[in-house]
Design a protein. Sequence first.
Lengths: 222, 372
Amino acid sequence: MFDQIGFPLLITLKIAGLSTLIVAITGMVISYILARRDFRGKWLADIVVTLPLVLPPTVTGYLLVVLLGKKGALGSILYNLTGWSIVFTWQAAVIAAFVVSLPLMVKTTTAAIEAVDREYEYAAFTLGRKELDTALFITLPLAKKGILAGIVLSFARAVGEFGATLMFAGNIPGRTNTMSISIYSAFQAGNNELANTLVIILIVMSLLSMAITAKVINNWKI
Amino acid sequence: MGIKADFRKRYYRKKSDKRKGIEAAFTLDAQFEVGDELAVFFGRSGSGKTTALQCISGLLEPNGGKIIVNGNVYFDCHKRINLPVQQRSLGYVFQSYALFPHMDVKKNIAYGLKGWEEKDKEERIDDMLQMLDIKGLENNYPSQLSGGQKQRVALARALAPKPDILLLDEPFSALDRVVRMKLREKIKEIQRELKIPVLFITHNHVEAFTIADKVVVFHDGRVQQIGTPEEVFYHPKNCHVAELVGVTNIFEDSSVIKDDEMAGTLTIGCENLKITAKRPDYQVKETISWGIRPENLRILPVTDETIKDENTLHACVKSMVNKGSSKTLALEIKEHENLMIAEISDQFFENLNLKEDDRCLVRIERDRIVLF
């Protein structure tokens, strides 16, 4: 029972939670820079960040293996140094979830920051506050609805992640069998009862997170 | 102490234009000095007054020149000095107030007091609330305030860190007339009390006239005239300034027919129009521009045969606009192609009983003619 339902649920929450945490932080930094700074090659940075949104997840997974696998460009260095490879570990699932959900966070948050009137920031500058200070206490708080939306979307995307995770982290019982992957396995094995249970749990989880988010946003005045 | 400014700021249509040497789409060339007084930047939208204010504040970087405030160099192109906004001691009030919507009044005012001792901070906030008569509002959020209250909070926030100068960008444009009048008085009072340079932007000539110690007139990116409100209002230097201060009827480059020093009069002709004005106290050239305010035109009934002088013309009413307490008339005269705009009080208008296409006499008061 635990192996079939409990473990996939816990590992999914762990992977999606950790990946969303990293996505939220890096996403806010990248979004702020994209929204407020002008630099050469900005269009390229934008494309690189957005790419996983349009690439098929299997392609993203394949590229991750090529880059971080035992024989990959970066992975081989890591393997030679430590004798450890990230492929087929839960950490690999976190990376896969991070890569595919980052664009959702960045797109939503960039739009939210761009919508914040620059005069608030100028006012903060004239009151002696530095840019970092202003970003943390003025810009991001005023963009919080968009940021929360980005976080929720990223979490949902991470929970639902399948293709890239399967390629990069595999489907190893007791290690990387997340909910999405377990549903597929159960369905393949003809275990409809298990598939149904897992599907219902995921639906309930999704509905709950949406309801909570809507409630939180409604309570925010600004 | 005060502000000494002489700088240029260029705007290009495209970023690459500057590199390619294509001429700037707009150039601001600003030169002025302001002491511990209330100076009004006066001009139309697009004349460069907001750009000038943003250059002084450091929100924009000029392309050349110098800005010195109270002896501190804020900007010097040659010495490559461009002090960051944060290090310039200034209070800035934005047209839209820019109060932080997620902070209450007290937090808004306290925002510029980072690094102050808690006790001093509390005291300063209290002083500011007192000074701007907003005590009791400290726990309200900006969305719960009226326009006038928001403006007072914005002023309190700008003044709390004891800035060297106060910059106000069209601060009252969104307020109704009564609130605006009260706040004008408040700003004047604050300037008298703090004795710091205050720069105030407006496009409203009544506002400029009532509030200013000094008026700096902007037009087309250039400072056209600097002077007391009286100087600018009664002795505009050129047609741009004249138009801005409400001299609607302008006749440019009229020829001087007769300069009679004995009688103290100047006779001017343009097209078929011949007008006698009071002689100015400076030597006139061959041509001169002149104008008259709509409210200084006298309208008389055609039947009034008693008045016969060269400044009285036959006119025809082309259109009429009711402004409530007064009427604005557009008058056609046969001597000149320009329509004359006259403004007359309601009471006076009733006696005349004029309709569109009616004929009347229009008299240009000799003493009221503005020469430039």
